[in-house]
Every structure is written in C-alpha cells, then in structure tokens.
Design a protein around this ligand. Structure first.
Ligand code: SF4
Ligand code: SF4
Length: 342
C-alpha cells in the first residue's frame, strides 16, 4: 500500500470525519498528563503527547471487565464489542498490544479480549516528545511493531499516512490525502529513526545478555531483598504496564442467591496476596510471601521467562513503571544494571 500525505490544515477535518463515522479514541490531555479517551472533537487530540498514564490495552482488556451474567442455569455473555478507531498509538504501545494479542489468543483463546481487539482499527503515530524515563530505543530493537493498521508520522507541513491493512486503507476516504513524495516518505523514516536515539535512558547490554544475567541472579536472595527493600507492594508498576496481563475473576451474587455477574479485574504480581492460595479449612499458603520474591518474579517475567515465546523481552521500554513507582525502585534499566554489576 502506498504512502499518502495530508496537510496540517486538512488534518482536523480528517479526524472530524472519523469521529462522525464512529467512536474514535486517542490521546487527550488530563491536567499535565495524557490518557487515551474517546474523542469528542479533533481539537482534543494531542498527538504530541509523550506517554499516557495507562496503556491503550485498557480498550481491549479494561481494568474491570464484565464477562457474563448468570441466573440459575442461564448464562449469557456481556461483552459487546463496538467497531472503533484507536488513533495515535506510539510504536512501543503497538508492540505491547502485539504481545497481549499473542498471549490472549494462544492456547486458551480469550474471546473477551479478542472480540474487542478485532473490532479496533489501530493508527500508530510517531513519538513527537519523549517521556523522561523512556528507553524504548534499547529494548527489543530487532522486533518491529506489527499490530497497527496504518501509521501516521508528523513531518514538515503535515503527516505521512501509511496504511498497512485493508482496515487502514478504509480510513483514507475520510481525508484529503494525496500521494506522498519520496522526500516526504524519507523524512518520515528519519523522524521515526531519530526518536529511538533520543530516549533519555538506555539499557547497557543487549536483550540476550540481560536475559542471561537476570536468570543467573535468580538464587541471589540478598540482592532481590536489597532491590525490594523500599517496595510498598502497591502494584503500580504492574498496573501501568502495557505488557502485564494478569487478572482476577470474581462472581458477584444478587440477593436472590441465584443470579449475578462475573467480572475480571487487573491483578498485580507485586501485591502481597497475588500468590496466596487456599489450603482449605481456612488455611492459606503464599508462595511469594516476601517483597524480594515478588520483585524477582516481575523481573524474571519481563526479562527471562517470556522471551522465547515473544521473541523479545516482555517490556517495551515505555518507562511508565519507573515514573509510577513512588519509591523509584522499579526502573528496568537501573534494576538490570544493578543485577549485571552484582
Ligand atoms: S516493564 Fe515498565 S518500561 Fe517495561 S513495558 Fe512495562 S511499564 Fe513499560
Ligand atoms: S510501583 Fe514500586 S513500590 Fe509499588 S509495587 Fe512496584 S516496585 Fe513496589
């Protein structure tokens, strides 16, 4: 599919036409920060955002998602996916979506996540401003983002729009696009390459070396205790992460004691009760009882356990966890540097 160009002056009308055609979600300002929300007007769209508070996975896998209603033996699903456009996703978040797409579709196919995912047209956008803790330039560099339907890159005078699927191509009719020139395509490629080099943080070793070093530190209990010494076990580093996908399922019963609903909630492996299981008769066992054990588990998942399946670390370098941690101990670059120095 060939690259197109839309002038700055024509862009708001394109976004307005998309909003007219159906729900459009994109980055909007929330006080001094940004969130993905449904757009009411083109003026709300803030494509120059640095990073959003929560990743866009919340549109497919929301923090609290009703799954079904039951009434005696009668059960009905409650997921009602709506065709929508998700506009302005940075490439590292597309990579996060690529990972959750795989994890929710292999083995036990998750109809709830996938139904929402399959009804979403994703338009990626280039990183115009880089958040202070980002390190996406030095993680999974050889694995390109692939889950988007089109990409949008800001260059001088407008945007280069590159459809990559039929869904992306179908958006073209809404805007005053023209064929992009070779020079415009070249400028877009340079803009995207430059963003990688501008990350304020950078891993000091490649993905394979980091995985080996983190795996080799598994038994270093003193190190994990030291790393987790100031951890509040709040789980914020999990909840802001685009690649975390653990959840808890709860049934809520109505007063008739036969009807109710089933809901799933984001869960977080840094919280104390995540690994607590029942032994029956009121007894429980927690197989990751200490902060050090939980902290280690997060880094093993991100850097080691999932690498083979994903072909890259389960971290896309967004820096959200570093910024969200009150104790400032969650930064993967700093933690892995410390492990490598041990
Ligand atoms: S571990 Fe941290 S930096 Fe990596 S993807 Fe998750 S939130 Fe982003
Ligand atoms: S955000 Fe920081 S304090 Fe909270 S659980 Fe994660 S590492 Fe611990």
């Amino acid at each position: 599919m060939s690259a197109l160009f839309i002038k700055d002056g024509d862009f708001p009308a394109f976004v307005a036409a998309l909003i007219e055609a159906g729900p459009v979600y994109g980055p909007v300002a929330k006080r001094s920060r940004f969130v993905f929300e449904q757009l009411e007007s083109p003026e709300e769209l803030r494509l120059e955002y640095d990073v959003t508070i929560l990743p866009p996975k919340k549109l497919f896998f929301s923090p609290a998602q009703d799954l079904l209603r039951f009434d005696g033996d009668k059960v009905e699903g409650t997921v009602a996916p709506v065709e929508k456009v998700l506009l302005g996703v940075h490439f590292y978040d597309v990579k996060g979506i690529d990972q959750t797409d795989l994890l929710f579709s292999e083995n036990n196919y998750d109809v709830n996540y996938m139904a929402n995912r399959e009804t979403t047209t994703i338009v990626a956008s280039n990183v115009q401003n880089i958040s202070p803790r980002a390190f996406f330039g030095s993680v999974g560099a050889d694995v390109p983002a692939k889950g988007h339907d089109a990409s949008l890159t800001k260059i001088g005078g407008g945007y280069v729009f590159e459809p990559v699927t039929d869904r992306g191509e179908a958006l073209v009719k809404h805007g005053a696009f023209q064929q992009a020139t070779d020079a415009q395509v070249q400028e877009a490629a340079s803009v995207n390459a430059e963003a990688l080099a501008k990350c304020p943080e950078k891993h000091s070793a490649d993905d394979r070396t980091r995985a080996d070093k983190v795996a080799a530190a598994f038994d270093n209990e003193a190190l994990w205790s030291e790393l987790a010494e100031d951890c509040f076990s709040c789980g914020s580093c999990n909840t802001v992460c685009p690649t975390c996908y653990c959840f808890n399922v709860e049934d809520t019963w109505n007063v008739d004691a036969k009807s109710g609903q089933r809901t799933r909630y984001w869960d977080a492996c840094l919280t104390p009760d995540f690994a607590q299981v029942s032994l029956g008769e009121g007894a429980t066992e927690n197989f990751r009882d200490s902060r050090g054990d939980r902290f280690r588990h997060r880094f093993m998942r991100k850097s080691v356990y999932l690498n083979e399946k994903l072909g890259q670390p389960a971290c896309v370098g967004c820096g959200r966890c570093s910024a969200a941690c009150t104790a400032d101990i969650a930064d993967p670059v700093k933690v892995i540097d410390r492990i490598m120095a041990s």
